[in-house]
Design a protein around this ligand. Structure first.
Ligand SMILES: Cc1cc2nc3c(=O)[nH]c(=O)nc-3n(C[C@H](O)[C@H](O)[C@H](O)COP(=O)(O)OP(=O)(O)OC[C@H]3O[C@@H](n4cnc5c(N)ncnc54)[C@H](O)[C@@H]3O)c2cc1C
Length: 435
């Protein structure tokens, strides 16, 4: 295992639309920029490499700018610990110490998965999760798939599954048809989004789209056989091979939290708090994109550019796109208002439903605790491989007592890490070095 040290004027964590635009904007001022991501290729969630499709054109443009300006791309490196002006990242070869003068956090979001009976059966994944799998070559040809949950991501997921050969049987949106209609009527304020939505609807023509329709259970033995839906037409069972179900997104705030950045609650989940110039509460640390709250790709792009310019010390070009940012962020408000979670979804899990699948903890075992911390200490819920990224968010939705107050503190490592990495970080701590 090797250890290497790098120094940057601006370091960007996350190579999705926000991070790519931040790196391009910062590098356009001639400063030394590093861009790090846990994934092998840049693109983040929305521009994730698809084995069966070319790179989307907005991604091609920003990637060209980045390479032209000599941004150092650090792939397959996961930031596991933060310290003052230095991050520790783990790669297949060893560890990296990344020093920076300014940092941009563009860590994006993950899916909100909510438990219901059968949700851990093989054949059930998140909606975005299914999309990510098929883009990376997971076979879907001829498989009967049901897409369910909430938000515009369902259309994108259904379309990706269809393009990869799945037979999409239906899209089941938990928000009411009236709420979805209201969303569609307001969409023309964002012409790009309206065109994108229309394009997807046309390509999905013939696939039923039902509002007010909730997956209440997945049935099967060793794998999924049927999903049970509760909708305006009553209960129905649909035989299928795959269920892709997700209830929107939750910001990834762990790195910001461990740096000491102030977070604020948006509903049951924290987001990174920033001022109008996307400065966090920690000096020289900026944040952009879905880590600030769920606003979509356009919002992530413009915020990335603002944060990148400011991190490089140039406020002029950042000011020029502030109006664009406010417009893009207004879309986040529309999303949140239109796809409010139906309360019945929070009561689908029964006492035997597993909530923490890493540590095999059921809802029964989680009942009666005064806080998420108490539940964690007594049951190990959230202490497994995902470090509470899935079950922590689910528990916060299921039990208001388990909504964690932002800033409660997060201990390293941010992700499971090799013993050698831990030894590395701790040995340096004891010598007083960072992190
Ligand atoms: C599974 C999924 C699928 C989605 N599919 C679509 C879609 O098809 N269409 C659409 O419009 N929107 C989609 N979205 C929404 C999408 O996330 C945003 O619109 C957009 O990608 C947000 O850009 P971002 O740059 O803020 O974050 P992201 O694109 O999420 O990028 C964040 C990046 O940060 C990296 N990262 C995070 N923490 C660390 C760390 N500690 N160390 C190293 N790297 C780190 C991640 O690997 C990731 O690549 C999807 C979201 C998810 C979660």
């Amino acid at each position: 295992m090797t250890e290497s040290v790098r120094h940057f004027d601006v370091l960007v964590v996350g190579a999705g639309p926000a991070g790519l635009n931040a790196a391009a904007a910062a590098a356009s001022h001639g400063v030394r920029v590093g861009l790090i991501d846990a994934q092998p290729r840049p693109g983040g969630q929305v521009w994730r490499h698809d084995v069966a499709a070319p790179q989307p054109s907005p991604a091609v443009g920003v990637l060209a700018t980045i390479s032209q300006h000599g941004v150092e791309w650090i792939a397959q490196a996961q930031v596991v610990q933060a310290g003052p002006e230095c991050l520790l990242a783990e790669t297949a070869q060893g560890t990296l110490r990344l020093h920076y003068r300014a940092l941009v956090l563009a860590t994006g979001a993950r899916e909100l998965l909510l438990p219901f009976p059968g949700w851990t059966l093989p054949g059930v994944t998140g909606a975005g999760g299914a999309q990510a799998l098929v883009k990376q070559g997971w076979p879907m040809i001829g498989k009967r798939a049901v897409v369910a949950g909430s938000g515009p991501l369902l259309l994108a997921a259904a379309l990706t599954l269809k393009r990869h050969g799945a037979q999409v049987l239906g899209i089941h949106e938990q928000a009411s048809s009236a709420a979805v209609r209201g969303f569609a009527l307001r969409l023309p304020r964002w012409p790009g989004k309206a065109a994108q939505a229309l394009g997807m609807k046309l390509q999905l023509a013939g696939i039923p789209y039902r509002g007010g329709s909730v997956v209440v259970a997945a049935h099967g033995d060793a794998r999924l056989r049927e999903v049970e839906i509760d909708g305006p037409r009553g209960r129905e069972r649909i035989a299928c091979d795959h269920l892709a179900v997700g209830y929107g997104l939750v910001p990834n705030t762990e790195l910001a939290e461990s740096l000491g950045c102030r977070l604020e609650l948006a509903g049951a989940h924290p987001a990174v708090a920033v001022d109008a110039e996307l400065r966090t509460s920690v000096e020289h640390v900026f944040a952009a994109g879905e880590a600030l709250g769920i606003g979509g790709r356009d919002c992530a792009q413009v915020e990335g550019a603002i944060a990148g310019h400011l991190a490089a010390g140039h406020s002029g070009p950042a000011r020029a796109v502030q109006r664009k940012r406010r417009h893009a962020r207004a879309f986040a408000g529309l999303l949140a208002r239109s796809f409010v979670l139906d309360p019945r979804i929070r009561s689908l899990a029964d006492a035997d439903t597993v909530v923490c699948r890493c540590e095999d903890v059921t809802l029964r075992q989680l009942q009666g605790f005064a806080s998420a911390r108490d539940a964690r200490l007594a049951t190990r819920c959230g202490m497994g491989a995902c470090q509470g990224r899935i079950c922590g968010a689910a528990l916060a939705e299921l039990d208001p007592a388990c909504v964690e107050s932002p800033g409660a503190g997060r201990r390293p490592p941010l992700f499971p890490a090799r013993l050698a990495t831990l030894a590395e970080s701790f040995s340096n701590h004891s010598q007083g070095a960072t992190p």
